[in-house]
Write a protein that binds this ligand. Structure first.
Ligand code: HMG
Ligand code: MG
Length: 305
């Protein structure tokens, strides 16, 4: 990366945010959230100007009860605007439910760590691709774009160190089966600038950085510097979660994703405009906090309320 030079951001990139709060955020909450609340949250996020939102997931309700009834949330949300509504799908059972809900896009997910894959989806990385392949075929048939997630790109809660080579193999495979974008997940938020730089450098050698997104959990407060590092490598798609909600139920100790309002504040300060309203985000963050009965994990929300 070298020293950050003044000209780094001379040509301001268009940055797109993928809001994962209603999925990654709520999947980890102990409070039983109603479908009406989930839908209201999504409508408010759309009104903030977020144009890609993960509505939920079609996974086993025995594994992630919080995402039960995602089909009902799809029925309740306002789909009259141009927002792209996404759902996570692990296999053909999930895909058939997703199709019934007329999702705009799906996200498939696997990991760079074998143990995490087993704990999260009860199968090896190799097996996860067996499950995903028919999903990809059906998605292609139905002209539904597919995003791919790689978890544990900067560390695993069970195995610790994850090598760049492990990540690259999975990234290549996800593109190989037809994902249009791959999101690199620091599932437990252990990454630092150095690791992010090393990863981005390696990833950009094998794929166009235009089709790569970053998904940083903020457990150690490193998400914003890591995002900045990714931006310097040319990444323009950032996953974030309203109020810093989130975590993976199968990654003990993982706290929330980077807060959407914190990302927007940083981008605005850099002169990168996204069309997303910071005031509306903060209001939405408070709406969620009131419902869940705990304050947002966002320095920006804390400063502005
Ligand atoms: P399994 O037990 O291996 O699956 O679970 P199975 O095929 O043997 O089926 C067992 C039972 O589950 C059967 O029901 C199936 O019908 C049912 P039973 O006969 O026992 O009554 N089943 C399903 N039900 C509903 N929807 C489905 C489905 N599939 C099977 N799609 C499975 C495999 C993947 C389903 C399970 O392990 C699971 O649901 N895991 C949860 C994974 C998850 O949602 N994790 C959190 C999201 S990933 C994440 O947060 C990381 C990310 O944010 C990026 C990052 O931060 O790194 C994306
Ligand atoms: Mg996540």
């Amino acid at each position: 990366m070298g020293a950050r030079k003044d000209q780094s951001f001379k040509k301001q990139p268009e940055v797109r945010l993928v809001e994962v709060g209603p999925r990654d955020g709520l999947q980890n909450e102990q409070v039983n959230t109603s479908v009406e609340f989930r839908a209201e949250l999504i409508n408010r996020l759309s009104a903030c100007g977020l144009n890609t939102i993960e509505v939920g997931s079609f996974v086993s309700p025995k594994w992630v009860p919080q995402m039960r009834d995602t089909h009902e949330v799809f029925n309740l949300i306002d789909r009259s605007g141009s927002t792209t509504f996404v759902a996570l799908v692990p296999n053909m059972i999930g895909m058939s439910a997703a199709l019934k809900s007329s999702v705009d896009e799906i996200a498939v997910f696997t990991a760079a760590s074998e143990t995490f894959s087993q704990r999260n989806t009860n199968c090896s990385i190799h097996e996860s691709f067996h499950r995903i392949r028919p999903v990809m075929e059906l998605a292609k048939d139905q002209k539904i774009p597919v995003r791919g997630y790689v978890s544990c790109v900067l560390g695993c809660p069970y195995e610790g160190k994850v090598t760049v080579e492990q990540v690259l193999t999975v990234v290549e495979s996800l593109f190989g089966i037809g994902c249009y974008e791959v999101s690199l997940g620091d599932t437990i938020g252990v990454g630092t600038i150095t690791g992010t730089h090393r990863l981005m450098k390696a990833v950009s050698r094998i794929v166009s950085v235009d089709s790569v997104a970053v998904h940083f959990h903020d457990t150690y407060g490193q998400a914003l510097p890591n995002i900045l590092t990714a931006l310097e490598h040319g990444v323009t798609v950032i996953d974030s979660s309203i109020g810093g909600l989130g975590g993976c139920p199968y990654a003990k100790g993982a706290s929330g994703n980077v807060a959407t309002e914190d990302v927007i504040y940083m981008l605005a300060g850099m002169g990168i405009h996204t069309g997303i309203s910071l005031d509306a985000l903060v209001e939405t963050s408070i709406f969620v906090a009131d419902y869940l009965g705990k304050p947002p994990i966002s320095r920006v929300s804390a400063a502005l309320t």
